[in-house]
Ligand binder design. Structure first.
Ligand code: PMP
Length: 445
């Protein structure tokens, strides 16, 4: 009885503490944010609205968005066509299970996806997030070889500096250093890593670049299920832009040695690099391809793993005859309806002119950061601009300074980078480049 009273008192105390906190305080004390400490987090900025290429804060400021919410909101926020698709679908049904049922939003989305994807990709597995689509891709590759009677082909090979997500199988193919493999050594499958591609996009390709990968293929091919990489742009693992010839040679090596090629287009897909897919720079098709992020125009989480007819048949012939994966929210109709509307916008084709315009303007304006002593390198590809500093930036100082300058830019490590919504105006884009220049020069001289 006394114990119960004590429990009730504690519950009441917890209730009052939790409800007396401001949103900001509650958030800081109880909610975990991406890649942050639970005990000493930097403060977050509360958002009250977002429209076009602007984010409004509850504190009253309006910021020009440089991030597209991590590559996703390519058409801008609060887009009428995407809003309409969500409203229409929510009034019909928001979700039904995908096991044994199907629906127009999924069929429409997959039809569009396959018509735009690199040639040869004919099957779609809808997944909940980018990381899950990578899990699915890896599982497909391993099951494919197991069903061909070659279970020893179960390892993956990946270039260093890659990034494929935070779940375990995805993490196991991320760069071992950036991906902090040392923390999880006993839980991660050990894969084969090749040096990161060195020839930059736009430079003359050096044959030396592919030699280490050739050697690793020659040595390990009998145990390799697949090569996984991000085509042309290595994103979160360093924002590196590499030569498409490297990708072409990867395709050739995979063909020569009977290894599947998985292209992770989660960040690069849907026009961001100046081509519809990163693969298109090299004019190659992968055996398996992952897309996510911009798939729904950044409205909600949805990803997809596409594969060739050969992979789909290979996976499903023999025992167990099915692909053993089926998330609860697979093919969520609401997400599929918005994604279908987003792909329709892409198919209208404006993205090409928009991305080209962003690239040209960034080359003219962001390159000025090269003048700063703290800057190591400035690089631009499509609608991506990267300023690499010589030393890691101090987020605690830089983040509020960006906000004070009216922009939303979220650096990490030595990388101050932007990938704005394609619909950004040239005036807003100038504000982003100016803010990077001024905030870096103000903070680091
Ligand atoms: N692959 C790449 C190339 C990515 O950039 C990301 C997301 N940062 C992922 C996979 C993981 O996607 P998600 O965060 O949706 O799980």
């Amino acid at each position: 009885m006394r114990q119960q009273r004590l429990v009730n008192q504690i519950n009441f105390l917890n209730f009052t503490i939790v409800h007396n906190l401001t949103n900001k305080e509650f958030d800081q004390q109880h909610i975990w944010h991406p890649y942050t400490s639970a005990i000493d987090p930097l403060p977050c900025f509360e958002v009250s609205g977002a429209s076009g290429a602007e984010i409004s804060l509850a504190s009253g400021e309006t910021l020009v968005d440089g991030m597209s919410s991590w590559w996703a909101a390519i058409h801008g926020y609060n887009h009428p066509a995407l809003n309409a698709a969500a409203h229409q679908q929510v009034d019909k049904f928001s979700h039904v299970m995908f096991g044994g049922l199907t629906h127009e939003p999924a069929v429409n989305l997959c039809r569009q996806l396959l018509s735009m994807a690199p040639a040869g990709l004919e099957r779609v597995f809808l997944a909940d997030s980018g990381s899950v689509s990578v899990e699915v891709a890896i599982k497909m590759a391993v099951q494919y070889w197991a069903c061909q009677g070659r279970p020893e082909k179960s390892r993956l090979i990946a270039p260093r500096n890659g990034y494929h997500g935070d779940t375990f199988a995805a993490m196991s193919v991320c760069d071992p250093v950036n991906g902090m493999h040392s923390l999880f050594t006993n839980s991660l499958t050990k894969h084969v890593f090749a040096p990161a591609p060195q020839t930059r996009f736009g430079q003359a390709f050096s044959e030396d670049d592919i030699l280490p990968l050739e050697e690793l293929f020659a040595r390990h091919h009998e145990e390799l299920a697949a090569l996984i990489l991000e085509p042309v742009v290595q994103g979160a693992g360093g924002m590196r832009f590499y030569h498409p010839e490297y990708l072409r040679r990867c395709r050739q090596l995979c063909d020569t040695y009977d290894v599947l090629l998985i292209c992770d287009e989660i960040a690069t897909g849907f026009g961001r690099t100046g081509k519809l897919f990163g693969c298109d720079h090299a004019e190659i098709s992968p055996d398996i391809m992952c897309v996510g992020k911009a798939l729904t125009g950044g409205y909600m989480t949805l990803a997809a793993t596409l594969c060739t007819e050969d992979v789909a048949r290979g996976v499903c012939e023999g025992n167990p005859g099915v692909f053993m994966h089926g998330p609860t929210f697979m093919g969520n109709p609401l997400a599929c309806a918005v994604a279908g509307a987003s792909l329709s916008l892409i198919n209208q084709g404006d993205w090409q002119v928009q991305v080209q315009g962003i690239e040209t303007q960034l080359k003219a304006e962001l390159s000025r950061c090269n003048e700063l002593a703290c800057v190591q390198d400035v690089r631009i590809l499509g609608a991506i601009g990267v300023v690499e500093t010589k030393h890691p930036v101090d987020m605690k100082r830089l983040q509020p300074l960006f906000v004070k300058n009216g922009v939303w830019i979220r650096p990490f490590g030595k990388l101050v980078y932007i990938m704005p919504p394609y619909v950004i105006s040239s005036e807003h884009l100038s504000r982003l480049s100016d803010a990077i220049y001024h905030c870096l020069s103000h903070t680091y001289g």
